[in-house]
Ligand binder design. Structure first.
Ligand code: EPZ
Length: 449
């Protein structure tokens, strides 16, 4: 029987991985960048005025670039000069950012409130879900409708209009079924230019909401109670441009505190606002770590034996869901059994499988991860499933024995400003490596009859 071999053309694939040498010892001081989730909302809020705004301490992130592209698609002029972003919103040429841009960054949806208030109309694509959940925007829409907007969703586009007879939204009393950060911010921004007073009950209390309110007040808005669960906004006719500096990123700061804890290294970081991290500091201290705030806007972590603890993610001032994955890495090598309960997003435990590949002993039970501490993680090839999981895998790789490689670095670049460089400066050994998956030519031997 004659054999015939067919060599299929090889099909090369390139990918960049992050390679981490484990057992890292870190030391030194790290500078924390501006808060991503504050900068994104504030960039949208610049649309509320036709004057130029200058934002300082804006982090260098893919998400910030995406939001800049969304604003540019509306006719806005942006100029970046290091960590300063000049935004000129004098000419808005359209009320409809393209789906291709909005789909890349859910936070793009924040433009709907300012566009509606500024132009009387907005056509914003529904942001899709993402790895961590469906991420609906019903609370945003309900809030705008309560303020008199007419809203309909057609072909995946949210059409919002202020009825012809009026040219401003109307102040309203709005109760949020859930203290949604985004919905609070959408309603707050829209209410700044509404006629009359808006009250948001059960509002989100996150520091990024407060930063947004402070920015809008600097532009001439009248917002009271930001940071509490009732925010009151007295609408004004117009807002003016302003220079404003973004608060430090509490999640980046928390991530570096965990980096020190998980590698048993003493690290300091600044700038930071310690009260933005109260639940995180409380949990680190409960686990046996010493956290020192001996200089203004600076924190230092002093390592110690890690004890298990339980964590439940909650809206601020509860434990932040954006720190959940990082603490799972830490609890994986802490003595004893811990339980993490994720209550904010319905699908934010996908990193459990990746930690298990590194030797972690974790059992999933609905929205709970039951963790039995092991003495040491071991390096392995892993995949990042979302932004915060990617940073958690980096932390696990730093502590593990052996080499870890991480796929899915686009998640990391969305939310961390030069994470690798900052870790390298602290003594970590990690670098990006390009790999070329040369698919072996498939050899098919076919019997020929
Ligand atoms: C913000 O997302 C942050 N993103 C998230 O950070 C953060 O995890 C989240 O707040 C919670 O703190 C930005 O600020 C850009 P939510 P947001 O509205 O506003 C449900 C990161 O890693 N919900 O408070 O989308 C929703 O499904 C990111 O930096 C509705 O049901 O969060 C979720 O279960 C990830 N209807 C819960 O509320 C709505 O209309 C919390 O969502 C809105 C939200």
């Amino acid at each position: 029987m004659e054999e015939q071999t067919i060599n299929l053309p090889s099909n090369s694939q390139n990918e960049t991985l992050l390679k981490i040498w484990g057992n890292s010892q870190l030391q030194g001081h790290v500078t924390i960048s501006g808060a991503k989730n504050s900068a994104l909302a504030i960039m949208a809020a610049t649309l509320l005025s036709a004057d130029e705004c200058r934002l300082g301490n804006v982090p260098a992130l893919v998400d910030i670039n995406h939001m800049g592209n969304v604003l540019s698609s509306l006719g806005i002029k942006l100029h970046r000069n290091q960590d300063c972003l000049e935004i000129n919103t004098k000419h808005i040429t359209t009320s409809k950012p393209p789906y291709e841009l909005v789909s890349r960054l859910r936070a793009s949806f924040f433009v709907i409130g300012p566009l509606l208030s500024r132009l009387g109309a907005a056509r914003v694509p529904l942001p899709g879900g993402c790895a961590i959940g469906a991420r609906p925007v019903d609370l945003h829409v309900n809030g705008l409708e309560a303020m008199g907007a007419q809203v309909r969703i057609e072909h995946g586009i949210v059409h919002a209009d202020i009825p012809g007879s009026r040219n401003r939204l109307q102040g309203a009393d709005i109760y949020l079924d859930y203290p949604s950060v985004g919905a609070t911010e959408t309603i707050l921004m829209a209410a700044t230019l509404a006629e009359g007073e808006t009250r948001i009950e059960n509002a989100a209390r996150e520091p990024e909401v407060v930063d947004l309110a402070n920015f809008c007040n600097a532009m001439g808005a009248n917002i009271y109670g930001a940071g509490t669960n009732t925010i009151t906004i007295s609408g004004v006719k117009s807002l003016h441009g302003v220079d404003y500096s973004i608060i430090p990123d509490r999640i980046e700061a928390g991530t570096f505190l965990v980096a020190g804890a998980i590698t048993q290294s003493e690290l300091s970081l600044s700038p930071v606002i310690p009260e933005h991290l109260t639940p995180v500091l409380a949990k680190l201290r409960a686990m046996g770590l010493k956290i020192v705030n001996d200089e203004p806007n600076c924190l230092r972590v002093i390592p110690g034996p890690l004890q298990a603890t339980d964590i439940e993610t909650l809206p601020y001032p509860g434990f932040p869901t954006d720190m959940q994955a990082q603490f799972m890495a830490l609890l994986s090598i802490s003595q004893g059994d811990s339980v993490i309960t994720e209550t904010v997003f319905e699908n934010r435990l996908r990193h459990v499988a990746e930690f298990k590949r590194m030797g972690a002993d974790i059992r999933l039970k609905g929205q709970q991860a039951i963790i039995r501490g092991v003495s040491m993680l071991t390096g392995a090839p892993v995949v990042a499933t979302d932004l915060r999981a990617s940073s958690a895998l980096v932390l696990a790789g730093l502590a593990a024995k052996g080499i870890t490689t991480i796929q899915g670095l686009h998640h990391l670049d969305r939310g961390y400003d030069n994470l690798e460089q900052k870790l390298q400066q602290l003594g970590a050994q990690l670098e990006r490596v390009d790999v070329n998956y040369e698919e072996l030519p498939l050899e098919i031997s076919m019997g020929v009859h």
